[in-house]
Design a protein around this ligand. Structure first.
Ligand code: PEP
Ligand code: MG
Length: 324
């Protein structure tokens, strides 16, 4: 197995008809970075900044954050590292910042928290931009955006942090900015959001939860959480079409991207990059290398006509079996 992984690492992720699909990784800890580089990741599509925050007993200072972020950015340079601003609340609670609510997934989480606490947001943005000084491989990603005004408010703070750094004499560049598409309202506003950012990244974990009204962590309703639900696939396709209509790059960084069968469908929909847990990367790469874009598109057209998740999964599994 190790030998197989080693051989696959330097081979391009491309279909039999030579369509290139970049495979990126999701990271949180430095150990993820090492595993990702060993598997030939071409960039980071989601660095979950809440992970280093979770490992402490207080908010890390701007300088502590700068040092953590710089480690991630330099390990991957010159490849892109997409850093998501703090996504706490929901299922991710900081021990030193308790949030008690009846419905955490519908409550104070992600961008809602950081817009209410601009000091937390500004320190984080300043730390990210400073960390990228001289590396220029940073992209910033905003979680849980539900409306254009939320995005605009975050942009004002990002420009403020950037201008402060320039005034302080740092030679920094404004990094590309993107939003996560992970709530249904963002799916329906993908055009308006795209017009105001450089890229989109779909968070299929939350998007599935919110589209199907099913807690992503509740075992009792796990069978209702269907990643291949036709409504989910339709939403995923509409986001990529809308993003492309506005000329922005569209990626996906939910668990679905690391599912080999789903990866075929996402490639056929036109996703520009799939970002996944490093563990899944070799499997996804070998499946993409065994299929043509034409076959993938034919499979997608067929499954988009099927009425339920089980039939879709069955059809995709048959294809995977045929590919060997
Ligand atoms: C997602 O929601 O799909 C996602 C990638 O973010 P997280 O799993 O951290 O909520
Ligand atoms: Mg999410």
């Amino acid at each position: 197995l190790v030998k197989g992984l080693e051989a696959l690492k330097d081979l391009p992720c491309e279909t039999t008809d030579h369509y290139r699909l970049p495979l990126w990784v999701n990271t949180g800890l430095m150990t993820d970075v090492v595993r990702s580089l060993e598997r030939g990741a071409e960039g980071v599509g989601l660095y979950r900044t809440e992970v280093p925050f979770l490992l402490r007993d207080r908010f890390p200072s701007e300088e502590e954050q700068r040092s953590i972020y710089q480690e991630q950015l330099s390990a991957f340079a010159p490849h892109t590292v997409t850093m998501r601003t703090l996504d706490i609340g929901g299922d991710k609670a900081l021990p030193y910042f308790p949030i008690e609510e009846a419905n955490p997934f519908l409550g104070w989480r992600g961008i809602r928290v950081t817009l209410d606490h601009p000091e937390i947001f500004l320190a984080q943005i300043r730390a990210m931009i400073k960390a990228s000084e001289g590396l220029d491989n940073l992209r910033i990603l905003l979680p849980m955006i539900t409306s254009v005004p939320e995005l605009e408010a975050a942009k004002v703070l990002i420009y403020r942090a950037f201008n402060e750094l320039l005034e302080e004499g740092h030679s920094v560049k404004l990094p590309p900015l993107g939003v996560m598409i992970e709530v249904p309202s963002a799916v329906y506003q993908a055009r308006e959001l795209s017009a105001r950012v450089d890229f989109l990244s779909v968070g299929s974990n939350d998007l599935t939860q919110y589209l199907l009204a099913v807690d992503r962590n509740n075992a009792r309703v796990a069978d209702v959480y269907q990643a291949y639900h036709p409504a989910v696939l339709r939403a995923l396709r509409s986001v990529v079409d809308d993003g492309h209509a506005e000329g922005v790059s569209v990626g996906i960084c939910g668990e679905l991207a690391g599912d080999p069968g789903a990866a075929i469908l996402l490639m056929a929909m036109g996703y520009d990059v799939l970002s996944m847990n490093a563990t899944n990367l070799p499997k996804v790469k070998s499946v993409i290398r065994s299929i043509s874009l034409e076959q993938a598109r034919a499979l997608l057209s067929e499954v988009m006509t099927l009425p339920d998740a089980d039939q879709i999964r069955q059809r995709v599994d048959d294809t995977l079996r045929d590919l060997g």
